[in-house]
Ligand binder design. Structure first.
Ligand code: SF4
Length: 165
């Protein structure tokens, strides 16, 4: 685990960074609008991949769930589960597929308890992963394109548009 990966164990700091990022993106929205979201998506893919890759091992699913999952990337689960663990978690909290790794969802739940802003979001039911968004910038997709390609009923349940108190 790298030094940056270790930041995941400080989710209360990461959630503040997330809030800050959300505000910055809202401020930048007029620029993205002028540029066109498709172009903004292309521009942001690489920095997003590098930044979130370094901290979260982000796999660019295009449908970021971090603040719903204790700032723990659900794509780290070998089964890519997005709504809690499978039935195979070992008694010691490790993964049934890779016994050397702690279950992503055990980590997510433990970390969510340290989060004062988004901690309760761990209980929100997340939409299924839309594979068509793989590789896209989740910042743009979720914040401004309303999680494109997602059936309308799911769109308000995820991402930056979620109504945080
Ligand atoms: S949920 Fe998706 S966008 Fe967010 S860190 Fe994981 S792979 Fe990246």
């Amino acid at each position: 685990m790298t030094l940056l990966n270790r930041l995941r164990d400080y989710p209360h700091i990461l959630e503040v960074a997330y809030q800050f990022t959300e505000k910055v993106f809202q401020l930048l929205n007029p620029i993205f609008q002028r540029l066109g979201y498709e172009w903004a998506d292309k521009l942001l893919r690489l920095p997003e991949k590098i930044g979130k890759g370094a901290v979260f091992n982000c796999q660019m699913c295009g449908q970021c769930a971090l603040h719903f999952t204790g700032m723990t990337c659900p794509m780290g689960c070998p089964k890519n589960l997005r709504n809690g663990p499978c039935g195979g978690v070992r008694l010691n909290g490790f993964c049934e597929v890779d016994a050397t790794k702690k279950c992503v969802w055990v980590e997510a739940f433990e970390r969510s308890k340290k989060m004062r802003v988004y901690g309760a979001d761990i209980y929100v039911l997340l939409p299924p992963l839309n594979q068509q968004n793989m590789g896209r910038s989740a910042f743009i997709n979720i914040a401004f394109l309303k999680n494109s390609e997602m059936p309308e009923a799911w769109q308000m349940e995820t991402g930056l548009r979620h109504d945080h108190k």
